[in-house]
Write a protein that binds this ligand. Structure first.
Ligand code: LLP
Length: 430
């Protein structure tokens, strides 16, 4: 059974995004092509927003997952905040008129310039990851006559049970402040004159298929908030990070959906704690979801170039490659592959779907049964998160164009890069 969603489904034998046939989009804009569904995007964001309604909460979309301006604009107008990890990402938020007072700044290596930029726009909070960063931020804020609101990213040392490259909450991780050092680090922060201690945050990993580690992390943060309060360090927000997994269609994979259930479990625990120990005074809850907002709102369309019989394997060579979508090469990630117009007359074969880049690691899918002919268009499913945002120009390949579908209308939201664009900043030495 092909893996479909309400927004990417077959009608009359052709895969559609909403009511637009992907065959015509591919023919018009060419491939490789990222195609997003506006309705899917808003649906996913609304699932978070609705679950938070009536509470002090903020959904800060982790824009590293997909930072196309069209996507940011739709989310900003829907009320989203943003989780950024660079000055460049802040400039994208500003470019779409997003509210910097809803921006939180994550990351272990914030530069002085990035801090200045963020302070000059009065962002909501810096998620600080080390004592040296506290000192740097204090100095930068002081030099600007400002006070920086901060939260400490605490590493709760829970096993997120995901791929090691996207697990971030274990002791060996470069991220966050060790749980055992958190109290002392808060004391340092509270004593610095140009910092205002506002909250606490954590992010334990990505593509989590079980929310138990998230709830375990929450319990640890709760204990810490109580201990800090005893010392007079009162926190006003609790940021549980992102990380909720999505269904990529791989057999046996079951993420904790719907989002409302996961949030319900978190809020239940938080409410219980506030009732027991804080006279029910609410604490603001912040979320940093990336993949669960945008992952299944996009597909990558690619055209079959050649079918090649190898000695041990058959290869379906397509025009998209690891530079367009590096999740398989980097994390051995499983991505669904579906024909845009399934054939009935052609016999099916077992293929590795590979790209034209000169690396053995350049594959998009292993061991898939496909009935395909050269010229056919395939859709790499659920490629909306960490697809285009991680794309590179390796092999001097221009990055793919991007299209946003709204009902029966396709909007080009990023043009295809041309080779000349790629070397425009380079110079030969005479
Ligand atoms: N907050 C922080 C501090 C993060 O580092 C991340 C993701 C997020 C939020 C959003 O996590 P999400 O809700 O998307 O799981 N490139 C990898 C994923 C890397 C995630 C990095 N941090 C992939 O393609 O699987």
């Amino acid at each position: 059974m092909p893996h479909t969603t309400p927004y990417f489904d077959y009608h009359d034998g052709v895969l559609h995004a909403e009511t637009t046939a992907l065959s015509s989009v591919a023919a018009h804009y060419g491939t490789p092509l990222y195609v997003y569904s506006k309705a899917a995007l808003l649906h996913n964001f609304d699932a978070y927003a609705d679950a938070c309604s009536g509470r002090p909460a903020l959904v800060c979309y982790a824009m590293k997952a997909n930072s196309n301006l069209a996507i940011l604009d739709l989310l900003a107008r829907r009320g989203a905040g943003f989780d950024i990890v660079s000055g460049g990402e802040l400039l994208r938020v500003l470019a779409v008129g997003g509210d910097p007072r809803k921006v939180i700044f994550s990351g272990v290596g914030k530069s002085v310039e990035e801090m200045r930029l963020a302070l000059s726009h009065d962002i909501l909070c810096f998620n600080v990851e080390s004592i040296p960063e506290l000192h740097r931020l204090n100095a930068v804020a002081g030099s600007m006559g400002k006070t920086a609101r901060i939260s400490l990213r605490v590493n709760p040392n829970v096993d997120a049970k995901t791929h090691p490259y996207i697990a971030t909450g274990l002791k060996a991780s470069k991220f966050g402040v060790a749980f055992d050092d958190a109290m002392d680090t808060y004391r340092v922060a509270a004593a610095l004159p140009h910092l205002e201690v506002a909250g606490i945050d954590c992010h334990i990993g990505s593509q989590l298929l079980d929310d138990a580690p998230l709830l375990e992390a929450l319990d640890k943060l709760i204990d810490l908030i109580d201990d800090l309060a005893l010392e007079g360090i009162v926190l006003h927000h609790l940021d549980i990070g992102g990380g909720l997994g999505i269904d990529y269609g791989e057999a046996g994979e079951a993420p904790p959906v719907p989002v409302a259930d996961y949030l319900g479990r978190l809020f239940h625990r938080i409410d219980q704690w506030r009732r027991e120990r804080h006279d029910g005074v609410p604490i603001k809850v912040i979320f940093e979801p990336g993949r669960s907002i945008v992952g299944n709102t996009g597909v990558l369309l690619t055209t079959v170039e050649y079918l090649k019989k190898g000695e041990e394997k058959n290869f379906c060579v397509v025009d998209a490659a690891m530079n367009d979508l590096m999740r398989p090469a980097l994390y051995q990630a499983w991505m669904g592959v579906q024909p845009v117009q399934p054939r009935s007359g052609t016999s099916a074969d077992l293929y590795d779907v590979v790209g034209p880049v000169c690396e053995s690691g350049d594959w998009l899918a292993h061991d898939r049964i496909l009935s395909a002919e050269p010229g056919d268009v395939l859709a790499i499913m659920s490629a909306g998160a960490y697809g285009q945002s991680m794309a590179s120009n390796y092999n001097t390949r221009g990055r793919a164009a991007e299209v946003l579908i709204d009902g029966a209308t396709a909007h080009l939201v990023r043009e295809r890069e041309q080779a000349a664009d790629l070397f425009a900043l380079e110079k030969v030495v005479k």
